[in-house]
Design a protein around this ligand. Structure first.
Ligand code: BGC
Length: 469
């Protein structure tokens, strides 16, 4: 392997020349790459959000038992978990590009399968396959974006993935409301085929990640991608850093995940992935109408309007992360966001405990609206985007695909657990104790972030991988 001496001054194919305005120049090619890969995030959000509206009408066409209804809803999470692990193999052997192309094709096929489903098993299979698309994209997209982005702006670019997730969730509410009068659940599920195809075709036109190319001995191909990504930097410097990093690393097998050297990184990645879920985000995203109803808003319309409001806030607050994640860093945002989530959950828990009012116009109703809105803001600039960002950047290149796959699967496992247990917990323990439990787990998250999570702002992927040696 030819290597070029490494200078600490220029790294990562990074744009070191500045625009006349004084900001960092970013090639429009990288912006396009990030935006195309992020379509997968949009599908992730849309397909997890759309079922809450669609299921009402599915039940009318296919009278199902509660258990089968649960399966139709949960099939997506099961598919996402399984495919996240498969993505670990595909992204490692086939490449990051093929993982994202496959995600698009799977989304398109699965959405069409849901459209034509004329039996419950076919519908469950379709939704399981949709989940597979989500699993592939939740590993493939953040990793691909992280590997092509210049270090200084990587946080912003990977946060575009989360922005797309939130836009997808919001769109699913809007589409659900649009097709509700016609009870057109097939349209609700089928529309995702269009962006699915757009993702597959868009990704076919995109280059492979230069880091994957180097790992697979395709130095010259990597060189030409690096030149395209950043025409102003010296690709040989970046190549030298990537090769240096690869040489210093271990086996790159699944078994290597058990090695003590990878353990600290895996602890951080899996920890963040699980904490993102067990602090209750999807209790709010999936069950917002029920929470508003429990707080006294008996009108369906108000509960639905409030839920859409939550969706809008989720999108808008993600811009805070896009703006600050490369300026302030990952850790300060995580600490501020999680602290805010804990505070709002405690207030919410205490308000439900007091049960200050029985109607939506009473104080419990208002406290619930304000707390849930604030909780979403705090999540949207911290655990939302930063978890996907950090699990795509903290692992060494050799084992990045496998380690990210395991972290993502843990995220989906925890998601499954929380969304299954929320209705049981509120029924058995009450809303107050449920929110206070999430608050307690939030305190653990905070301690974990402070004690274990490193700051990765501005560092190249190769510099981050050195943090663990
Ligand atoms: C989480 C999802 C969640 C979404 C809400 C994502 O980062 O992984 O589980 O539904 O954020 O915006």
């Amino acid at each position: 392997m030819t290597t070029t001496p490494i200078s600490p001054a220029r790294r990562d194919g990074e744009v070191r020349n500045f625009s006349p305005q004084g900001g960092t120049e970013v090639s429009s090619f990288v912006v396009m790459i990030a935006m195309i890969a992020a379509i997968g995030g949009g599908l992730f959000g849309y397909d997890t959000g759309v079922i809450s509206g669609a299921i009402l009408y599915i039940k009318k066409d296919f009278p199902v038992t509660a258990a089968l209804e649960g399966l139709i809803v949960a099939a997506v999470t099961a598919g996402a978990l399984a495919a996240a692990l498969m993505a670990g193999v595909l992204a490692d052997r086939g490449g990051r590009r093929i993982t994202n192309i496959s995600a698009g094709l799977v989304f398109a096929t699965a959405s069409l399968l849901c459209v034509v489903a004329n039996s419950v098993p076919t519908l469950i299979a379709g939704r399981f396959l949709v989940g597979c698309g989500i699993g592939l994209t939740s590993v493939g997209a953040p990793m691909y974006i992280a590997e092509v982005s210049p270090a200084r702006i990587r946080g912003t670019f990977v946060s575009l993935f989360q922005l797309a997730v939130t836009v997808g969730i919001l769109l699913s509410y809007v589409v659900g409301a649009m097709f509700a009068p016609a009870a057109a659940w097939r349209w609700m599920l089928g529309l995702a085929a269009v962006p699915g195809l757009a993702l597959a075709i868009g990704m076919m036109l995109m280059p492979e990640s230069p880091r994957w190319l180097v790992k697979h001995g395709r130095r010259e191909d990597a060189r030409s991608v690096l030149k395209k990504i950043n025409p102003h930097s010296d690709p040989d410097e970046t190549l030298a850093h990537i090769e240096h990093d690869l040489a210093a690393e271990g086996q790159g097998t699944w078994g290597a995940l058990l090695q003590p050297t990878l353990r600290p990184a895996l602890l951080v990645g899996i920890g963040l992935a699980v904490f993102q879920q067990v602090t209750g985000i999807n209790a709010v995203i999936y069950y917002a109408p029920q929470i508003f109803q429990a707080a006294g808003f008996t009108s369906d319309l108000i509960a639905l309007a409030a839920t859409t409001g939550i969706g809008v806030i989720n999108v808008l607050a993600t811009f805070i992360a896009i703006w600050l994640v490369d300026r302030q860093g990952r850790k300060p945002l995580l600490i501020a966001g999680v602290a805010g989530m804990v505070a709002t959950l405690v207030v919410l828990g205490l308000a439900f405990q007091g049960g200050t009012a029985g109607t939506g116009t009473g104080s419990l109703g208002y406290v619930t609206v304000v707390c849930l809105a604030a909780y979403i803001v705090f999540f949207a600039f911290s655990l939302g985007p930063i978890v996907w960002l950090m699990i795509s950047e903290i692992y060494p290149l050799r084992n990045r695909a496998q380690a990210m796959a395991v972290s993502t699967a843990a995220n989906w496992g925890a998601n499954f657990l929380v969304s299954m247990t929320f209705p049981i917990m509120t029924a058995r323990l009450g809303s107050a104790a449920t929110f206070l439990t999430y608050a307690g787990l939030g305190v653990l998250t905070l301690l974990f972030v402070i004690a274990k999570v490193p700051e990765t702002k501005g560092k190249t992927l190769e510099e981050i991988s050195k943090l663990w040696r």
